[in-house]
Design a protein around this ligand. Structure first.
Ligand SMILES: Nc1ncnc2c1ncn2[C@@H]1O[C@H](COP(=O)(O)OP(=O)(O)OP(=O)(O)O)[C@@H](O)[C@H]1O
Ligand SMILES: O=C(O)C1=C[C@@H](O)[C@@H](O)[C@H](O)C1
Ligand SMILES: [Mg+2]
Length: 173
């Protein structure tokens, strides 16, 4: 039985690499953000706006525990999931955790294009976005680095780079 958790900052490629890797490894794929949205019939943005971050983190924790009952599954978590409660210890006790590590500059480049769907980044751009990512990544790194595998996912420019990353991960896992 395999259960893999992909973790890392927003924009690290958890969803993008996760889908490819799960297909390759013949595992079911679950994106925790999408799972929450389907269960609650609301987007993550709506949950943040209507209930606040604390309520979202509570939902996220419960949903993480729910999907962790599934077998032969690859779970891409939300960027913040490993950094609240005992979620990181919980994932390490229930599967193999993989941290997709990407630099601040590269994250900022990727997120500038798609920050609209990430409430945590709302209203931030340019140098302010870079500074925010740098500060929060520093706070989150001690959690992320508790992962069993730390994987450099910096280069991801084309679809074949995504395949390369997931092929390399498949060989480790
Ligand atoms: N193959 C690629 N080439 C270039 N950019 C990419 C590629 N894959 C993903 N990206 C960029 O990186 C962004 C983030 O990717 P993805 O949604 O997989 O990150 P994530 O780790 O799941 O983030 P979150 O924690 O917010 O869910 C994408 O929306 C896209 O802008
Ligand atoms: O890094 C974060 O705090 C988040 C990342 C996303 O995956 C979502 O879970 C949400 O937007 C919060
Ligand atoms: Mg994602």
């Amino acid at each position: 039985m395999k259960r893999i958790f992909l973790i890392g900052y927003m924009g690290a490629g958890k969803t993008t690499v996760g889908k490819d890797l799960a297909e390759r490894m013949k595992l079911s794929f679950i994106d925790l953000d999408c799972y929450i949205e389907a269960r609650y019939h609301k987007t993550v943005g709506q949950i943040f706006a209507e209930k606040g971050e604390e309520a979202f983190r509570d939902i996220e924790r419960r949903m993480l525990q729910e999907v962790s009952m599934f077998e032969d599954v690859l779970i891409s978590t939300g960027g913040g999931a490993p950094c609240f409660f005992d979620n990181m210890e919980f994932m390490n006790a229930n599967g193999t955790t993989v941290y997709l590590k990407v630099s601040v500059q590269e994250l900022a480049k990727r997120l500038e294009a798609c920050k609209g769907t990430r409430p945590v980044l709302k209203g931030r751009s340019g140098e302010e976005l870079v500074a925010f990512i740098a500060e929060s990544l520093e706070k989150r790194t001690p959690f992320y680095t508790k992962a069993s595998i730390v994987f450099d996912a910096e280069v991801m420019l084309t679809e074949s780079d995504v395949h390369e990353i997931s092929e390399a991960l498949e060989n480790i896992l």
